[in-house]
Design a protein around this ligand. Structure first.
Ligand SMILES: *Cc1c(COP(=O)(O)O)cnc(C)c1O
Length: 892
């Protein structure tokens, strides 16, 4: 690369950093500033200039592609016209509608307005994106790569508007055009590139990294169809592909020039060079191409913008021309279809052990593309791979991306010629791993024959890593043959499988759990032997949620009240929420807090009326259980207790009961029959109760279909009570629990996951805790849990199970729910019967408190007051300090 050009680029980068943010800040404040008129000129074409400044594309690695005869261009993009008024902003949106969408204001649909608005906003974001990227480059700041097979993003419109501080001006600008922002908002499809908590965590973390100005790159897969869309027909779940891209995605940038080849299969050849050194050459059987799509991620107050880069798969040669010419038009496309299947759908995470080869292909596909991208970027800037751990931190969100560990070693040794020991040290210094589950069936373990066939070189590397690892283990005094078998990377007990958790553990310098309890259990159970060998490796970082989405955006009414009561600082420092403890004593404030909730309940009731044709009383207690449907999350416990309450209401037709609405939502993995049967039971019970006049409207049950982020944003602010009732020891953290408590809904729950820490922060008096502890659960299981005794001891529970079994809720099909009754009477693996009475008692305590509205709202407000700790900003600060060893760009 010519010195002149490199100098020019450095210059351009520096000047961009100096001028752009000032210009933008000024612009936001409505001050007109024409910094670019200073006119730094460099002789790059538009394409390369963009690459140099922002896109960070590999095009620059290639020989000079500039066209020397072009007119010089400004190094800094010209600033956008300032937005000084709603009219300015309206004009900018209209310009996008006309020139970006190709519509005029008279024919535009709400969807068109959404796209126009997104384009107009994206312009504002891109300005900052360039500045942020330049600042990272200029300072040589450490980069964090967050690798996740899931990013449950949801909609981005209000994230962007809120973080840029442009909600009000946008509402006014659109109103001027006769367009309603809230209706425009509804036209954005949910990006459902995740199953549940793990994927939503990744999305919250991206937002917090941008907020804290930590240079963070999210990396994942751009699934054409994310998680399935759930429809409920006759009470049963049906799955349909979610077509979130069918109307385009205005937030993303396709980067066709950023593409990497990903190899699969074939064989490995050991080659000896002149000096007798052996190197390994992988001759793959198949190559697939990964193409990048970038989405900017805006932090709070728009100060910093990070990137989410998602990979899409395609064939290297999209069309087999010779096959086509022979008349086989379908066969000519077969390779492309096969390649594209890699980024087609998201697998349900906690289905039966994913034996699917496609899943492994997905994992390797995105891990390899990401590492190639990371190494390219690093080498271009620093030229020295040995300093990788100083400049890069890679976080593995669960084991799904852990094939990245042998992939990095392969790239360093086979491609870049580093020594094995060097490569291993670099890998350990760079990687860290977050564990999300202790459930044995959810711990990934790939069959060795599959690995050998699909990733032959990686399997060799894993064998070598294992040999060294076991040698180190053997050298320890406390290690026996039994513990060696447990420590091994290869599980020999179930037909030889590679333990991805063990791989992630030994290849990382830090391994973290996601709540204090979960981390403790990790040390004591799944990773007990590894913890003995590496006692400093396991750390805890309790999960968090972004308050911008889950409070500011989801509950604008409450947010307005909080700002009024606590001051604007509460937007930047959640510690200010503690001020609510005093306000909880103030009747006037309680009334306003309760009024916000009621408004949200009215809105939810309207939605339920329109979509389910069930009428809800907004003054009833809204008792909400929304999350993936899984036996460990115990929706079954809830519906059994609901049936018991139904029995009680019918048995005492004149007695007073607290009016309740039981609200359920959640998807079950398509192959998880028991979970799907639980959905059917909930719906059958709902139909029976909602249509029974003897219930006198005191109890309603609704199942809201197609649970996703947007639905959660609507339901949570309307909740009075939050169901977090997993079998203790099984929920790693939970983040739903945090969203509810932040919005002032007390938890009815077990001492599981982050519930334990929420209790520490909001106070045990402000929750309804019940049930066995994790320790007690383990003890029951150890002595052999027998549900028969629990059922015999609880007449109410016995009646409920009898009713289900005898077909009370499935007239004409008495056998329908027998699998549920059988599980309850048989193994009861999730100790539903053990906790039933204790749960029912906790529910009656809820009723009593509800009757004392003053006490109820004190409790509610105290929940919001105690939640500062559960901001994902805190979690990200913990990761940055303890795991990534990096800082905010703003502090350097
Ligand atoms: C927060 C969230 C989850 C996780 O909920 P848990 O109660 O922690 O299991 C799952 N899905 C969506 C859409 C969410 O927003």
């Amino acid at each position: 690369m010519g010195g002149d050009r490199a100098d020019a680029r450095r210059f351009a980068v520096r000047s961009a950093c100096r001028t752009v943010p000032a210009a933008l800040d000024a612009e936001l404040r409505g001050v007109k500033l024409r910094c670019s008129e200073a006119g730094f000129h460099v002789s790059l074409t538009a394409k390369n200039e963009k690459a140099a400044l922002m896109n960070d594309t590999p095009t620059q690695d290639r020989p000079d592609q500039t066209r020397r005869d072009t007119k010089p261009l400004a190094a800094v993009p010209p600033p956008l016209p300032p937005i000084r008024s709603a009219q300015d902003w309206r004009d900018a949106i209209v310009a996008k509608l006309i020139y970006g969408v190709g519509k005029n204001v008279f024919t535009a649909s709400e969807r068109d307005w959404f796209v126009a608005l997104a384009f107009a906003l994206r312009d504002r974001v891109v300005e900052r994106w360039i500045a942020s990227t330049n600042a990272i480059y200029e300072r040589g700041h450490k980069r964090v790569y967050y690798l996740s097979l899931e990013f449950l993003i949801g909609r981005l419109l209000f994230d962007t508007l809120t973080n840029l501080g442009m909600v009000d001006i946008t509402r006014a600008a659109l109103a001027d055009l006769g367009v309603d922002l809230d209706r425009v908002r509804e036209t954005e499809p949910d990006a459902a590139l995740g199953n549940g908590g793990l994927g939503r965590l990744a999305a919250c973390f991206m937002e917090s990294m941008a907020t804290l100005a930590i240079p963070g790159y999210g990396y994942g897969i751009r699934y054409d169809n994310g998680l399935f869309r759930q429809a409920i027909h006759e009470g049963r779940q049906h799955e349909f592909p979610e077509d979130w891209l069918s109307v385009g995605n205005p937030w993303e940038f396709e980067r066709p020039e950023i593409a990497y080849d990903i190899a699969f299969g074939g064989r490995v050849e050991a080659v000896r060079d002149d000096e007798g050194e052996i190197s390994h050459v992988w001759h793959p059987g198949e190559v697939v191409r990964a193409v990048a799509y970038d989405t900017p991620v805006v932090g709070w107050r728009g100060r910093h913008v990070n990137s989410l880069r998602l990979w899409s798969a395609r064939a290297v040669d999209p069309l087999q021309l010779d096959t086509f010419n022979l008349g086989d038009y379908v066969g000519a496309l077969a390779q492309d279809v096969r390649a594209q299947s890699i980024s087609r759908v998201l697998y349900p995470s906690d289905a039966t052990p994913a034996g699917q080869e496609l899943r492994l292909r997905q994992e390797y596909f995105f891990a390899s593309a990401t590492l190639q991208d990371m190494l390219r970027r690093h080498l271009r800037h620093y030229g020295d791979l040995r300093i990788l751990p100083e400049k890069v931190a890679i976080q593995l969100n669960d084991t799904h991306p852990s094939i990245a560990i042998p992939e990095l070693i392969r790239l360093l040794v086979d491609v870049h010629g580093l020594l094995w020991d060097e490569a291993w040290e670099i890998a350990q210094g760079t990687f860290s791993y977050t564990n999300h589950t202790l459930l044995p069936e959810a711990l990934e373990a790939w069959p060795v024959p599959l690995m050998e066939r699909l990733l032959p070189r990686h399997m060799q590397i894993i064998y070598l890593l294992n040999a060294e690892h076991l040698e180190r283990a053997r050298a320890r005094e406390d290690v026996t043959d039994g513990s060696l078998a447990t420590l091994s990377l290869i599980d020999e007990s179930h037909g030889r499988r590679v333990r991805m958790g063990t791989l992630a553990f030994i290849g990382s310098h830090r391994v973290n759990g996601v709540s204090a309890l979960h981390t403790e259990l990790m040390r004591g159970t799944v990773f007990r032997e590894l913890h003995g060998m590496f006692p400093d490796r396991i750390a805890n970082v309790t999960n968090g949620i972004t308050f911008r989405r889950w409070l500011f955006e989801a509950n604008p009414g409450l947010m307005r009240l909080l700002v009024e009561a606590l001051g604007e600082q509460v937007c930047d420092d959640p510690a200010e929420l503690a001020g609510l403890r005093d306000l909880a004593q103030d009747a006037g404030f309680r009334g306003r807090f309760a009024a916000c909730r009621r408004d949200n309940k009215v809105r939810l009731a309207r939605w339920v009326r329109d979509h389910l044709r069930v009428k809800l009383d907004p003054d009833a207690l809204f008792d909400v259980h929304i999350k993936r449907i899984h036996e460990y999350k115990r929706q079954l416990l809830n519906i059994l207790e609901t049936i018991a309450l139904y029995d009680a209401i019918r048995a005492r037709p004149t007695a007073h009961f607290v009016p309740r609405v039981k609200i359920f939502a959640g998807k079950a993995a398509a192959s998880y029959h028991q979970a799907k049967l639980i959905i059917k039971l909930i719906n059958d019970v709902a139909r029976a109760i909602n249509s029974d006049p003897t219930v006198r409207g005191l109890l309603k049950v609704v199942f809201l279909p197609n649970f996703n982020v947007s639905l959660a944003e609507m339901i949570i602010p309307a909740a009075d009570l939050s169901e977090q009732i997993s079998t203790a020891g099984m929920e790693a953290s939970g983040t739903g629990n945090m969203k509810f408590a932040l919005n002032g809904a007390p938890i009815i729950g077990t001492l599981d996951g982050a519930n334990v820490e929420i209790r520490d922060h909001v106070g045990a008096d402000n929750m309804f805790i019940f049930g066995l502890t994790a320790e007690e659960v383990a003890a029951r299981k150890a002595e052999g849990w027998r549900p028969a005794e629990a059922i015999a001891a609880s007449p109410a529970l016995g009646e409920v199970i009898d009713a289900i079994e005898s077909g009370v809720f499935s007239p004409g099909d008495a056998a329908r729910f027998h699998p549920i009754a059988r599980e309850l009477r048989g193994e009861d693996r999730f100790l539903v019967t053990a906790d039933f009475d204790s749960y029912a008692q906790a529910q009656r305590a809820v009723d009593r408190l509800w009757l004392d509205q003053e006490a109820w709202w004190r409790m509610s407000i105290n929940n919001t007051a105690g939640m500062a700790y559960f901001s994902s900003d805190r979690a990200i600060a913990d990761y940055a300090r303890d795991i990534w060893r990096t800082t905010s760009l703003e502090t350097t």
